[in-house]
Design a protein around this ligand. Structure first.
Ligand SMILES: NC(=O)c1ccc[n+]([C@@H]2O[C@H](COP(=O)([O-])OP(=O)(O)OC[C@H]3O[C@@H](n4cnc5c(N)ncnc54)[C@H](O)[C@@H]3O)[C@@H](O)[C@H]2O)c1
Length: 257
């Protein structure tokens, strides 16, 4: 097992990709803390993980609150004794929050997707230094590398907040990787293409959109949470001991075109 004895924390762990990541890290021997705002879903998921033999806990977390981060990571270190792996996975698309293109929509997306990663990194540093090092994996997006606005007239709202929030994660990752290298903490980003999760369920229900997405991914399929979980597992493991500040694109060739 590639992560035997390690302790991993997964923000947004009750969501589609978060569950896939938690399952994979647990299968590779890590003790996992699943953290989310969706307590019922997260608790149920952790019960399932435990029934499958995993050592797992659920902790409540709102990634926009520093206090909430300190409490959740504190609970994890008390339960498992240390922290080795932080997966900053929680995120929102921004749909249905406030009108697309409004300042409220922009601020909310930035708070969750960018500030959430900054805070998750900040609280992970001290426990990781204590543990002798660690691995931070930030879930960005292909939208953090190329502009991905919605194909709609500007009268319906200026898009781009999601791309901007994920672009911030990409370069924050590199800046943190340089600074934390001397502390033996590696920091990398993962850039998924379109993945089948609750976030994309509505959008992929539309047969025209699904067909378009299938065409956009040269590999000919939409991604699965396991595709991302495998990438996270690699970056979290010692197999990636010389990899830091890197951006791992997992998108079936979407942005290679
Ligand atoms: N699904 C895709 O196609 C896709 C593509 C690229 C990147 N991503 C990114 O992958 C990550 C996971 O997305 P997903 O597709 O699994 O979506 P999802 O909606 O299934 O899961 C996201 C999880 O984050 C949690 N969350 C939201 N706000 C939170 C907050 N303030 N505090 C704590 N948790 C919070 C949600 O409750 C949910 O469980 C996100 O960062 C997303 O932006 C997704």
């Amino acid at each position: 097992m590639r992560l035997q004895g390690r302790v991993a924390f997964i923000s947004g762990g009750a969501g589609g990709m978060g569950q896939g990541i938690a399952r994979k890290l647990a299968k590779e021997g890590a003790k996992v803390a699943v953290a989310d705002v969706q307590d019922k879903l997260g608790e149920q998921f952790v019960r399932d993980l435990r029934e499958g033999g995993a050592d797992a806990i659920y902790v409540h977390l709102d990634v926009t609150s520093e206090q909430s981060w300190e409490k959740a990571v504190g609970e994890t270190v008390r339960a498992f004794g240390k922290l080795d792996i932080m997966v900053n996975n929680a995120g929102i698309s921004g749909m249905g929050i406030a009108p697309q293109g409004s300042l409220e929509n922009w601020n909310r997306i930035m708070d969750v997707n960018s500030t959430g990663v900054f805070l998750g990194t900040k609280v992970a540093v001290q426990p990781m230094i204590k543990a002798g090092g660690g691995s931070i994996v930030n879930i960005s997006s292909i939208a953090g590398i190329v502009g991905m606005g919605l194909d709609q007239p500007v009268e319906k709202g200026l898009t781009g907040a999601y791309s901007a929030s994920k672009g911030a994660v990409r370069t924050l990752t590199k800046a943190n990787a340089i600074q934390l290298a001397r502390n033996k903490i590696r920091v990398n980003s993962v850039h998924p293409g379109v993945i089948e999760t609750p976030m994309t369920a509505e959008f992929l229900k539309d047969p025209v959109m699904r067909e378009r997405m299938l065409k956009e991914h040269p590999i000919g399929r939409i991604g699965k949470p396991e595709d991302i979980a495998n990438a996270v597992c690699y970056l979290a493991s010692d197999e990636a001991s010389f990899v830091t500040g890197a951006e791992l694109v997992v998108d079936g060739g979407y942005i290679a075109q």
